[in-house]
Design a protein around this ligand. Structure first.
Ligand code: 13P
Ligand code: SF4
Length: 324
């Protein structure tokens, strides 16, 4: 090799992510940025393991409302990160993948929902948190799967209610509270995939297993379930229960925490109708360790909200926090 030859400095520097210890890099960035990492139970297990807090939608909103970190890194889907931004306008809210949406939020476009609402002026709107900031801005109260029944029970009996966007959760609340509501016709692509027939076969093969289900599941599954609850409630049920076997009718990511809490117990993911991996939320799984690292390194993608919508969306979230 010749010596003494000056070469051009390398300008096309590409980051070799494979050479990095992503966990160490993320933890170092977290310290440097004074950031907090909030993660939902449906995130991949490595992300769950390094998050500062893992929870269901209600717990994550509460954490977002009370954090003193400068930057919130939201390892979850867009509506969750958006809720964090609504509650913390002066903080930077980052999400690993801006395309991490939700079929419920996407199935309820604000302009169409506004027209629907205008057709029923004597109704108040209670919206499930799985909706866009623009739909929240059109709502009177927000709820999550863990406080929906409690919130509806506080509404005077004679008050008419529109419930959006999840018809399965809406139907479940109607059954629990005995009151009727006008339901938006939306559903979750993950929770409506579970096969009642295959669950029945699984129950026959595992007679001691309890079926536990998220209220976004279809009615047939909920009717068969031994316990129904939010992701946190399902997790709590598995470690508090005397049972040792469970069929899990929600996104399979939560099994990571169930196994951590009860390593000796058996958790069987509820089977989807076809042989796809449809019990994985394709939106949640867009977030990876690589994207988590890059979003913290580059401080983007960032959640940016129109201030008028943010202020309107804040009120129904605050009402939820007061009522739950
Ligand atoms: P939880 O609030 O129960 O965590 O549910 C969020 C969600 O998106 C379920 O699909
Ligand atoms: Fe939305 Fe369903 Fe994914 Fe939950 S599991 S984030 S409701 S698409």
């Amino acid at each position: 090799m010749e010596t003494g030859i000056l070469t051009e400095p390398q300008t096309n520097f590409t980051l070799n992510l494979e050479a990095l210890n992503l966990e160490e890099e993320i933890l170092a960035l977290k310290k440097k940025l004074n950031a907090v990492i909030l993660a939902h139970y449906y995130q991949e297990s490595e992300i769950q393991d390094l998050a500062d807090f893992i929870g269901d939608s209600l717990e994550l909103s509460k954490r977002a409302a009370s954090t003193d970190a400068d930057i919130i890194v939201f390892a979850g889907v867009h509506f969750m990160a958006e809720t964090a931004k609504i509650l913390n306008p002066s903080k930077k809210v980052l999400i690993p993948d801006l395309n991490a949406g939700c079929s419920l939020a996407e199935g309820c476009p604000a302009p169409v929902f506004k027209k629907f609402k205008e057709l029923h002026p004597d109704h108040i709107v209670i919206s499930y948190i799985n909706c866009s900031a623009a739909v929240k801005a059109l709502s009177n109260i927000i709820c999550t799967s863990s406080n929906a029944v409690k919130i509806i029970e506080q509404i005077p009996k004679e008050q008419k209610i529109i419930f959006a966007p999840d018809k399965n959760l809406g139907r479940y609340i109607m059954k629990k509270t005995g009151r009727s509501m006008l339901l938006w016709d939306g559903s979750c692509i993950v929770h409506e995939t579970f096969s009642d027939r295959k669950i029945l076969l699984l129950k026959a093969e595992n007679p001691n297993a309890l079926l536990i289900a998220h209220p976004e599941c279809e009615e047939a599954i909920l009717n068969r379930a031994d316990f129904i609850g939010s992701t946190s409630a399902l997790l709590r049920f598995t470690y508090e229960s005397d049972a040792n076997e469970f069929i899990i009718a929600t996104e399979e990511g939560i099994i990571h925490q169930m196994l951590k809490k009860s390593p000796h117990k058996k958790f069987i993911p509820a089977p989807p109708n076809s042989s796809c991996a449809c019990n994985e939320c394709p939106y949640m799984k867009l977030n990876t360790m690589e994207k988590l690292y890059l979003c913290m390194k580059d401080q983007k993608p960032e959640i940016i909200l129109d201030e008028e919508i943010r202020i309107k969306a804040l009120k129904p979230i605050q009402r939820m926090l007061e009522m739950s």
